[in-house]
Ligand binder design. Structure first.
Ligand code: ATP
Ligand code: MG
Ligand code: MG
Ligand code: MG
Length: 457
């Protein structure tokens, strides 16, 4: 049985066997108290050892912090506080010893230190909780869309299109590593068997092809961006959730984004209570109350123009001054959600110059039907839009931006043959994990963070 289950079991002096890693071993003359954890939950299981029953002193010495052990014994009610049951050991078996240079001897370590031992940090309370919350949230995401009849679409990882036009793509090559040092005249940018190919930055364009075939779809997969910057919210490899809905406009898109975020927050609050208590206590005080509030109240919704007017009033506070037309920086996004609206805020109708070519142009000819969801503590967590559904307008936009029409033949076909209004958005999964856990740095909400110069294994 795993510890999570054991802790929910009523103790009736039944025999049990449990396996896990030793967190602490408090050894005294007559007894020992060993706390073990198996990662199934935050709590440790207390093992009470009567040295007259477990007589092998060597085994007790080897059951040190970090060692893996099996305990056979009797499950009894716990006389101690905080836990309902404990195990009275009858036999302890050492599965794997753990020498004294085990780096997780202390109770608390800084996240910076733990990043250096990424292969072991999953054994700490914080990172155990992070991956359990990730797992629950991933499940909630699929549940939300599946319950609403969305089709889960697997979009390609290797692609030829730069959806965002931001030039942040990693190129794919079949060349051996050794050839990179030589001046051999090979065009590395065309080496996917002689063609140009990159890792996907977003599944959106491919998702549109199926949304305009089977209706509502969603992708949930890894995306890659050559973000050569060091921020607390950018990774080179991150996971994105991208729904795409046919017969849907910008309002439907914002409604879905809000319903979706509230759903996954509520799911995590309900299903990860113990881990969330931990984050509330040790990582971000008050996060539980904040999230409960977010799940039950309307988000703010304002146009970009209204948001700029609010920001201009506070221009003195910002490193980057604000005026109509700028792309919002994280300081602006955070100010809007933390200081002005004090909750998540959806900003929509952005200037077309700062958004991608595929977004639907408004009647004013200046703005597009884009929307971003900005969250306190993070800034942008979702970016979305209604897509341009007019064949002629899309061609005009492609020409205006100097893009190559032939590259988008297939994309234009979706407008040429039976076009429909459609819309979607992308949620950065790690940013959402940051938001619900209160973890300050995106490097600490993914098992292995890929950032500049950081790809050890
Ligand atoms: P930002 O302005 O923060 O760089 P973006 O506007 O470039 O984000 P989008 O192209 O709109 O990002 O992607 C959709 C979502 O994916 C974003 O709202 C964000 O949550 C997430 N995201 C984007 N880039 C990254 C990244 N490098 N690491 C982690 N998440 C990201
Ligand atoms: Mg970006
Ligand atoms: Mg952005
Ligand atoms: Mg964006």
């Amino acid at each position: 049985m795993r510890i999570k289950q054991i802790l929910q079991t009523k103790a009736e002096e039944q025999k049990i066997s449990v396996k896990g890693w030793v967190r602490t071993n408090r050894d005294s003359k007559a007894n020992a108290f060993i706390a073990i954890n198996d990662g199934s939950c935050m709590s440790n299981l207390q093992v009470f050892v009567d040295k007259e029953i477990v007589t092998d002193q060597d085994v007790l010495r080897r059951a040190a912090t970090g060692a893996s052990i099996e305990v056979k014994g009797i499950l009894v009610e716990s006389p101690g506080q905080g836990q309902s049951v404990e195990v009275r050991a009858e036999e302890i078996i050492i599965i794997g010893d753990c020498p004294e240079d085990y780096p997780l001897q202390k109770k608390r370590h800084s996240n910076e230190f733990l990043r250096e031992i990424g292969h072991l940090r999953g054994r700490t309370n914080t990172f155990g909780a992070v991956v359990r919350v990730r797992s629950a949230m991933a499940f909630a995401i699929h549940k939300f869309f599946q319950e609403r009849g969305f089709v889960n679409l697997h979009t390609p990882i290797i692609t030829a299109s730069d959806a965002e036009g931001a030039g942040e793509m990693f190129q794919v090559t079949t060349l051996p590593f050794e050839s990179f040092n030589s001046q051999n005249g090979i065009d590395y940018s065309r080496d996917f068997f002689g063609k140009k190919a990159s890792l996907t930055v977003s599944g959106q364009l491919s998702a549109e092809t199926y949304a305009t075939a089977v209706g509502d779809v969603y992708t949930f997969g890894p995306t890659f961006r050559a973000e050569n910057s060091n921020t607390t919210r950018h990774l080179a490899e991150f996971w994105m959730v991208e729904p795409e809905m046919a017969f849907c406009d910008i309002n439907g898109d914002m409604d879905l984004a809000e319903e979706f975020l509230k759903y996954i927050i509520s799911y995590v609050l309900e299903n990860c209570a113990e881990d969330m208590e931990f984050f509330n206590k040790w990582v971000c005080k008050g996060i539980l109350d904040q999230l409960r509030g977010v799940a039950s109240a309307d988000f703010a919704r304002v146009t970009y123009t209204e948001a700029i007017a609010e920001l201009e009033k506070a221009n003195a506070k910002f490193e980057f001054p604000v005026s109509w037309g700028i792309d919002l920086a994280s300081e602006h996004e955070r100010y809007l959600s933390e200081e002005v609206y004090k909750r998540p805020v959806i900003v929509y109708n952005y200037p077309k110059e700062i958004k991608a070519f595929y977004m639907k142009l408004n009647e004013d000819g200046k703005t597009v039907r884009a929307m971003d969801v900005l969250a306190p503590g993070i800034g942008e967590i979702i970016g979305g839009s209604e897509r341009e559904d007019s064949y002629e307008t899309l061609i005009a936009r492609i020409d205006e931006l100097g893009l190559n029409r032939e590259d988008y033949d297939w994309y234009l076909d979706l407008r040429k043959y039976g076009t429909v209004p459609h819309a979607g958005f992308g949620l950065g999964f790690e940013r959402m994990i940051q938001y619900v856990t209160g973890m300050a740095n995106i490097r600490d909400v993914i098992p292995y963070a890929r950032t500049p110069k950081n790809c050890n294994f």
